[in-house]
Write a protein that binds this ligand. Sequence first.
Ligand code: ATP
Ligand code: MG
Length: 233
Amino acid sequence: MLEIRNLNAHYGHSQVLYDISIDVKAGEFVSIIGANGAGKSTLMKVIMGLVPVSSGKLLFKGNEISRLEPWQRAGMKIAYVPEGRRVFGELTVAENLRIGGWVEPPQDLPRRVEKVVAIFPRLGERMNQAARTMSGGEQQMLAIGRALMLEPELLLVDEISMGLMPILVNRCFEVLKQLSEAGTTILLVEQNARKALGVSHRGYVLETGHIVLEGEATRLRDDDAVRRAYLGG
Ligand SMILES: Nc1ncnc2c1ncn2[C@@H]1O[C@H](COP(=O)(O)OP(=O)(O)OP(=O)(O)O)[C@@H](O)[C@H]1O
Ligand SMILES: [Mg+2]
C-alpha cells in the first residue's frame, strides 16, 4: 500500500532522513521505533506532504504521491494523527470531528461521527465542549477520532503514548489493534518500543535518520541490540 524508496529529506540545508526504504502492505500494522530526534515525526510529515521529499520515491497504492498537496493525500484516504494531539482547542469536539471528515460528503458525516463515538463513547458525552478544556487523554482520543472520520485506508500515527497515563496508553493501543484487525493499514511511530512492537506485525528501527534494522515485531522484541537500546535490557 505504501512504498518508500531511497527517500531523503531536509530542513533547509540540514538532512534529517537518509535513504529511507519502508514498505507497508495492505492490512499490515507497522511500527517505526526510534529515540528523540531520530526523525520519526519528520518521516510522518513527509508521507503526509507537510515536509518535502528531497529525493527518492513515495508510492501509495502504486501511485507516486510525493508532489501532491496534503489535502490531496487526505482525499486518497491517508489520515494522520500528529504528535502532541494537535486538536483545534477553541473548537468543540463535534467541530473537530467534522474537520477530520471535510473532504467527505457532508451528508455522510453524522454516520461517521456515530462510528467514532462507538469507539470512544467519552467523545459522545463531550460533543459541545471546547477541545482545549478536555483532559490529555480525551484530546488524544479526539485526535484519533478526527483521523478516523476519513475512514482511512492508511492511518499514520505519531507517538500515541506520549504523556498519557498507562491506562489510557493501553486503551489507545487497544483501539489501534482493533482498527488493524478490522482491516485498517497502520503505520505508527513510537518511542514506546515495547507497546509498539506488542501490537504491530513488523517494525523498523530508525536511528539518526537511518533505518538500521527491520523485521517481524516478535523478532525485533527478541533482538539483543533492540532490547538494550529500546526495551530496557
Ligand atoms: N521544522 C524544523 N526545522 C529544522 N529542524 C527540524 C525541524 N523539525 C525537526 N527538526 C530536526 O530534525 C530532527 C528530527 O526531528 P523529528 O521531530 O523528526 O524527530 P523525532 O524522532 O520525531 O523525535 P521525538 O521522539 O522527540 O518526537 C531533529 O534533529 C530536529 O531537531
Ligand atoms: Mg516526534
